[in-house]
Write a protein that binds this ligand. Structure first.
Ligand SMILES: NC(=O)C1=CN([C@@H]2O[C@H](COP(=O)(O)OP(=O)(O)OC[C@H]3O[C@@H](n4cnc5c(N)ncnc54)[C@H](OP(=O)(O)O)[C@@H]3O)[C@@H](O)[C@H]2O)C=CC1
Length: 392
């Protein structure tokens, strides 16, 4: 009985926390009255599916009764609860919203996540496979749009938007919002992708560039196809580099927004800071393995100091193990032990993996996008700093 009460208390606290994450984004945009969001999960219907590029599909979600959908900040993501076979817990995955806020629909553009190049025998990503198998008319439970990576309306500097591969999705949402608002500041979009087969949302971006002289696009193909031509398909062969950005963008004060593969983000963030761009002008989104740290992060190192092993106890599931740094986060360790825990963005933004700390201290490996409430940690970005007891 006491256990059930405690679980209920945990569920209530966690719900309050998830709402707080949404409120933080809302408060940061106090001038926008129409940001409502919703609490918990809500069912949406897939109204259309569009093939965008090789292995990339856009899913258009609408309210089943046709009700208007709440607004969101361009750059934010939607958390999907993807049903599995009967009895199993749904897979929780966060995908960036890829169009500007519209009352009629939310659009997600999702790439079927392939196995790593060096382990092709592995199956494709479970979340993206599940979504790609869905049909028009299917319904999906989603949590309200969230996330700390969004076009901040209080900042008025001209923009440099840098995207790699499917990381272009939140960037297109920003671009489409700027275009819709008639925002006339200079915008430089750098987009790195392999070739024309893998070039999603191209028509939409090109239309915006055509119709808005203040928006400039520079496309790099790293592996162009024999039929790909310059400048129709791409401008240069290769990858985005800081030198290229500095060559194209005029001198001045810009805000930089980045999203793409981990390597690209790591190189570009480091390079921009080294080139003298102030850290508060470099904003980026990184999900899961693409999570990166920047020097301004005050978060502590991922590893615990050498010395006697640090004990991690999961009180409810009766697990007790030594933390030996082979996992990158408590979430990884908890999953490895087979203990049920929700997770979403895996980079401290969505709050799905909040776990109550009963005893001990944690350190975080990156700055959280969502602040965990007193007594909780975000397991995906936390490691133990001392012997730890978690309420799991
Ligand atoms: N909101 C978010 O946080 C989102 C994040 N993502 C992230 O994007 C990543 C995957 O994107 P995906 O489409 O598979 O990427 P790809 O592997 O297809 O790479 C896309 C392009 O980026 C280039 N690239 C790779 N590494 C670097 C680097 N170090 N510097 C410059 N360019 C580089 C690639 O060049 P080459 O061909 O030479 O490798 C390629 O041209 C995932 O890690 C995902 O987490 C995606 C969507 C949303």
């Amino acid at each position: 009985m006491r256990m059930r009460r405690r679980q209920q208390q945990f569920a209530d606290d966690k719900q309050a926390f998830l709402e707080a994450v949404a409120i933080t984004a809302r408060a940061s945009r106090a001038d926008k009255q129409d940001y409502l969001g919703w609490t918990g999960q809500r069912e949406l219907r897939i109204s259309a599916i569009v093939d965008e590029a090789f292995g990339v599909k856009s899913f258009y979600f609408t309210d089943p009764e046709g009700a208007p959908l709440p607004s969101f900040e361009p750059g934010q993501f939607l958390t999907c609860h993807l049903a599995t076979s009967a009895g199993e817990k749904p897979l929780v995955r966060c995908y960036s919203l890829s169009d500007r806020p519209r009352e009629e629909y939310y659009r997600l553009t999702v790439k079927l996540c392939s196995p790593p190049a060096d382990r092709p025998q592995l199956p494709p990503g479970r979340g993206s496979s599940r979504l790609h198998a869905m049909q028009v008319g299917d319904r999906l439970s989603v949590s309200a749009p969230r996330g700390g990576f969004f076009l901040d309306p209080r900042r008025r500097h001209p923009l440099v938007l840098i995207a790699g591969g499917i990381g272009v999705t939140p960037i297109v949402s920003m671009l489409a919002s700027l275009a819709e608002a008639g925002d006339d500041r200079e915008v430089y979009l750098f987009y790195g992708v392999r070739n024309s087969n893998e070039h999603p949302l191209r028509d939409q971006i090109e239309e915006i560039v055509r119709e808005h002289p203040n928006v400039h696009q520079f496309v790099l193909y790293s592996q162009p196809l024999p039929d790909d031509t310059q400048p129709d398909d791409y401008h240069e062969q290769g990858r985005i580099t800081v030198d290229l950005v500095r060559r194209i963008v005029p001198t001045g004060t810009f805000d930089y927004y980045l999203c793409g593969p981990g390597g690209l983000m790591e190189t570009m963030v480091e390079g921009l800071l080294a080139a003298g761009v102030p850290a508060d002008r470099v904003l980026y989104e990184a999900f899961g393995p693409a999570s990166i740290r920047k020097p301004s992060d005050t978060a502590e190192p991922a590893t615990v100091a050498a010395g006697p092993p640090t004990r991690v106890v999961l009180a409810n599931s009766h697990h007790e193990v030594d933390w030996d740094n082979h996992c990158e986060s408590l979430l990884e360790l908890i999953e490895e032990l087979g203990v049920a825990i929700d997770s979403g963005c895996r980079s401290g933004n969505c709050g799905m993996c909040a776990a109550r700390v009963l005893e001990g201290d944690i350190a975080t490996v990156k700055q959280p996008g969502a602040q965990a409430p007193e007594g909780y940690c975000l397991a995906c970005i936390s490691v133990p700093k001392s012997p730890l007891v978690l309420d799991l």
